[in-house]
Design a protein around this ligand. Structure first.
Ligand SMILES: Nc1ncnc2c1ncn2[C@@H]1O[C@H](COP(=O)(O)OP(=O)(O)OP(=O)(O)O)[C@@H](O)[C@H]1O
Ligand SMILES: [Mg+2]
Length: 509
């Protein structure tokens, strides 16, 4: 909370538009928000930061009318309001892009841009022509050249995220809440998004921007509010603070080390002389990537870096038998393999952590079940299962710092970042020969990212050959022992046995 005497108050961009007082929210016995006072000004970009589970999404869902059962007061434009639904909030000019994609994959791009808001012509018929034209224009403002008639689900996840952003940004909402909007975007898209936000801001619109990318936060926000354990710790003008200030208030521990991991340059070791576990040669999937070759030995972590859409996700899927290559070969431990499906790849010892982990999680199931599902058939004695499962999952819950640290908790009750940790835990139950991970730290706070780095490094020391595919330079640099850079479906650079920093990766991509 800001005391009147605190020097760096939020810059008074405009008048207070939305004021929250004493907001309290419980989920059963869990106090998710404890007496939060929060103000959003007109024409302001206000960032929220905090550890996984700190209460950021919960507060925003109250503002956006998703959670209707809460204590405290909300004042919009000087008048007290209490929304009964998300529709209600939207009608009052408040829109939200959720942390989890809320798009309809089976509808077209245009239908998604206008979701719930289709323009109708005479006789109430949907005006398709206008919808396609306007959605094309709106997407172009975000730098996208997409056919609005395409099925949304056929697009990569980052583009789906942009389509959802377009829907809310151009819906006319005065207050737009963005819950981790950049997690699947690459630097050029983030830049375009920020340019759009700045323009809309100059028109008097207000934004709440939630992110674990503190560089992004400092680049775009006017003010920053830190949450911790359901409480608002402090609000400050972005211009008056730095990353250390934020991390200190977020976790209040080891912030110097944490920062080091992600900003410094790293020294890649020399490639080991061990025999390769995985050999890939001239691998191609038409329209996705061409002529990719590399080899990977035990105890190596190969980072594959590139902007979204450079073909790296498709490469990862091919290694796991999800996509069939048109040319090239894959060898595991020296013998050539043709994967007809993912079961073939798994039998060859390849495990895959995909970037869209939600699809593999079961919200209504307990945490432990979500972690052990991959090995169920291996726990042979049926009556021992639950006990063994809880025991195994309990270890991972502790290792990964899942909060609440309870293997019996319902998965859906965990915050976004904590669900991601559970998804990762699923692959720690049994050591594969090769572990392919796509965006392993997406949605995690700085402390949790460090936990993942520690875990992956531990697997490497146990001899697992690891591939980390990511559009985040920090993720690649924090783990890799060797790096491949891809651009437009081709491998354009290799880094090994040298010092590299974030700028080198960006320049190579
Ligand atoms: N639907 C729910 N049912 C029960 N508990 C919930 C529910 N949603 C959130 N919680 C709990 O409320 C607390 C705050 O969660 P919230 O999702 O707001 O965190 P967050 O700050 O958005 O974290 P993240 O960075 O991981 O997204 C957590 O303890 C979480 O487990
Ligand atoms: Mg959240």
């Amino acid at each position: 909370m800001i005391e009147p005497s605190d020097p760096p108050a939020a810059p008074a961009a405009g008048r207070p538009l939305l004021e929250l007082e004493g907001i309290e929210k419980r989920f059963g016995g869990v106090l998710a928000l404890a007496g939060v006072d929060f103000t959003l000004h007109e024409g302001e970009i206000h960032a929220l930061v905090g550890e996984n589970g700190a209460g950021k999404s919960t507060l925003m869902k109250i503002i956006a009318g998703v959670h209707t059962d809460y204590g405290g007061r909300m004042v919009l434009d000087g008048r007290q309001v209490r929304f009964r639904s998300a529709r209600d909030a939207l009608d009052r000019g408040i829109g939200m892009v959720h942390q989890e994609l809320c798009t309809a994959p089976d509808l077209t791009v245009a239908e998604n841009v206008f979701l719930g808001n289709q323009p109708t012509g005479r006789f109430g018929r949907i005006d398709w022509r206008r919808m396609n034209r306007e959605s094309r224009e709106q997407l172009a403002r975000l730098g996208l050249d997409l056919d609005p008639r395409m099925r949304l689900g056929d697009l990569p996840i980052g583009l789906q995220q942009l389509v959802e952003l377009a829907r809310v940004l151009f819906s006319g909402a005065r207050i737009v809440i963005l819950d981790e909007p950049t997690s699947a975007l690459s630097p050029p898209e983030i830049e375009r998004l920020f340019a759009v936000l700045k323009r809309l801001k100059s028109e008097g619109r207000s934004f709440v921007f939630i992110s674990h990318f503190l560089d992004d936060v400092l680049a775009i926000a006017d003010s920053v509010t830190v949450f911790r354990n359901g409480e608002l710790v402090e609000t400050a003008a972005a211009a008056s603070i730095d990353k250390t200030w934020i991390i200190e208030r977020m976790i209040g521990r080891g912030h110097h080390e944490l920062e080091e991991t992600y900003t410094g340059s790293i020294r890649l070791p020399r490639a080991p002389s061990a025999p390769p576990v995985l050999q890939v040669e001239g691998l191609s999937v038409a329209g996705a990537f061409q002529d990719v070759s590399f080899s990977l030995a035990e105890g190596e972590i190969l980072g594959i870096y590139g902007f979204m859409g450079c073909g790296q996700l498709e490469l990862a899927r091919t290694l796991f038998g999800k996509l069939r290559p048109d040319a090239g070969s894959i060898k595991v431990d020296g013998s050539a393999r043709r994967f007809r499906n993912t079961a073939d790849a798994a039998a060859a010892g390849i495990a895959f952590v995909p970037e869209s982990r939600r699809s593999m999680l079961f919200g209504e199931q307990p945490v432990y079940r979500n972690m052990t599902i991959a090995i169920l058939e291996k726990i042979d004695r049926l009556w021992l299962r639950p006990r063994r499962e809880i025991e195994i999952a309990g270890r991972h819950v502790t290792d990964l710092g899942v909060r609440p640290a309870d293997p019996l908790a319902r998965l859906g009750a965990l915050s976004g970042g904590n669900q991601q940790k559970v998804a990762l835990g699923k692959w720690l139950t049994e050591l594969p020969r090769v572990l392919v991970m796509s965006e392993p730290t997406r949605g995690m706070d700085v402390g949790a990212k460090e936990d993942v780095v520690r875990i992956v490094t531990g697997l490497r020391e146990k001899g697992v050959a690891i591939i980390v595919v990511s559009t985040e330079p920090e993720t690649v640099l924090s783990m890799a022992t060797r790096v491949l850079v891809m651009r437009k479906g081709r491998m354009v650079h290799r880094f090994a046995d040298e010092a590299i920093a974030k700028d080198d990766l960006l320049a190579a991509a």
